[in-house]
Design a protein around this ligand. Structure first.
Ligand code: HEC
Ligand code: HEC
Ligand code: HEC
Ligand code: HEC
Ligand code: HEC
Length: 321
């Protein structure tokens, strides 16, 4: 009996510690009130984070496990928790969509000014969030990505009902709530989920896609080199008009890459990025050449000084004589 009480107390302490560490771990991200005063979806769902039924179940299960001495990793229950209502808020609240006020109702529908759950949920749509419908739904705001994506093989397969190949929709790559943007280093692993030797779906794609996306970094580097060359040439009064034109073209290409990418035509993408790199390098070369031509202005000024000097000397000497 005494032993059991002791165990209870230890359990309670352990649990308290776990709870505290869990809360301090997740609290900072959500401590901030969302700045959408008229949006009841975000407001109510934020509160579910700590009060939801799954959250309570999670805590109860942990107490039972600890009492029974069953070691339990935090992950196993967290994984289940991750699929619940509260976790969708958690993921969204640290996303770019949160920052830009893309609230729940923008994708789910519903009435974002109603206070009760029942009223707010009127008009929630399962249609709009269905995987295959996400291109059209997301494309309401990301029109350029959608336009390019529509020309892709991925989109064609998503659209054709008879096709039994798996094709990625927007949320396959970006996730619905975290809207993560895959970086070049994540690309190979991610694309090879489908593009591999076992499925036989274009197994060469992942490596090539990684290289293609990395070349965008090279374009960025060349653009900033050209930019700083032009800035300093301009500061020393040289003519940089032609170089600036080349640089502007490179910048337009860079600006278009995040949408052009969604064509999922790697040959086209590689060619575009290479054109941009060439333009930026041209800008650098033109700037360097303008350097060689410039030494006209400063000596010109010195020359004028010299002439004035000689003239004064001439008149002085005439007056003296
Ligand atoms: C007053 C609280 C409250 C408000 C306001 C609210 N919700 Fe919910 N919502 C909940 C709860 C609680 C759940 C958990 C499931 C349940 O109990 O139905 C939930 C579940 C959901 C789900 C999961 C699917 C479902 O139907 O169960 C979605 C999607 C959702 N809410 C979206 C929204 C959107 C969008 C808004 C705003 C237009 C909104 N909610 C407003 C409390 C709220
Ligand atoms: C950018 C669009 C977008 C925004 C913003 C968004 N969601 Fe979602 N949500 C989706 C999509 C798409 C799915 C379907 C995900 C899937 O099928 O894997 C989804 C799924 C869900 C689910 C599971 C639905 C179910 O029926 O099982 C819940 C719950 C949910 N969202 C709640 C929210 C809440 C709460 C917010 C705001 C805090 C929110 N969502 C904001 C697009 C969005
Ligand atoms: C109501 C408009 C709206 C809808 C609908 C919408 N977005 Fe966005 N999205 C934005 C805005 C605004 C931004 C921030 C500015 C920007 O990057 O364009 C953004 C940013 C993004 C980003 C960049 C994130 C980053 O970290 O840079 C991605 C990726 C994204 N959205 C994907 C999606 C996906 C996938 C969907 C559909 C499930 C979707 N969006 C639906 C408006 C929207
Ligand atoms: C097969 C994976 C994949 C699919 C499908 C996909 N994307 Fe992307 N998306 C990416 C990658 C990778 C990037 C980063 C591209 C880059 O850096 O140039 C990106 C970039 C973006 C960005 C720009 C982020 C920024 O930095 O400006 C937005 C917005 C976006 N995607 C929205 C969408 C929308 C909307 C859809 C559906 C119509 C979609 N994506 C489909 C992989 C995908
Ligand atoms: C859900 C599965 C899936 C994922 C994930 C996926 N793809 Fe695909 N992809 C396909 C299918 C299916 C095809 C069509 C293959 C065919 O018709 O031969 C395809 C075709 C392609 C093609 C070739 C199009 C053509 O015209 O030959 C490219 C390029 C491509 N994908 C790029 C990517 C990139 C880059 C990623 C990762 C960001 C990616 N895919 C992720 C399923 C996927």
């Amino acid at each position: 009996m005494r032993f059991k009480n002791g165990l209870r107390i230890t359990t309670a302490i352990v649990f308290a510690l776990v709870a505290i560490s869990l809360l301090t771990f997740i609290q900072p991200a959500f401590a901030q009130e969302p700045n959408f005063p008229n949006n009841t979806c975000a407001d109510c769902h934020r509160r579910l984070l700590f009060a939801s039924e799954p959250q309570r179940q999670f805590i109860e299960i942990r107490i039972k496990h600890l009492e029974a001495g069953i070691p339990c990793s935090i992950e196993c229950h967290e994984d289940q928790l991750n699929k619940t209502t509260s976790s969708t808020y958690a993921l969204w609240s640290i996303s770019a969509h949160f920052l830009y006020g893309v609230t729940c109702d923008k994708c789910h529908g519903g009435n974002a000014s109603a206070v009760t759950k029942e009223e707010a949920h009127v008009g929630l749509s399962n249609e709009s969030i269905a995987r295959a419908n996400t291109p059209e739904m997301c494309g309401k705001c990301h029109a350029s990505q959608l336009a390019e994506f529509k020309t892709s093989k991925h989109f064609q397969i998503l659209e054709s009902t008879g096709e039994n190949l798996p094709a990625p929709a927007c949320i396959t790559c970006h996730q619905a709530h975290s809207v993560h943007v895959l970086t070049a280093s994540e690309i190979e692993d991610f694309c090879s989920n489908c593009h591999n030797n076992i499925t036989g779906i274009n197994p060469a794609v992942p490596k090539r896609a990684e290289a293609a996306l990395s070349s965008v970094n090279e374009l960025q580097v060349e653009i900033s080199k050209a930019q700083s060359d032009i800035t300093s040439a301009n500061a020393s009064g040289r003519d940089v008009t032609r170089a600036q034109e080349e640089l502007d073209t490179a910048k337009v290409i860079l600006g278009n890459t995040p949408s052009v990418w969604h064509r999922f035509n790697l040959t086209y993408f590689e060619t575009e990025v290479q054109l941009g790199i060439d333009d930026a390098k041209n800008a650098e070369n033109i700037t360097a050449q303008s350097q060689a031509v410039t030494p006209t202005k400063a000596p010109g000024f010195e020359g004028i000084l010299l002439i004035i000097g000689f003239t004064i000397a001439y008149f002085m000497s005439r007056r003296n004589s």
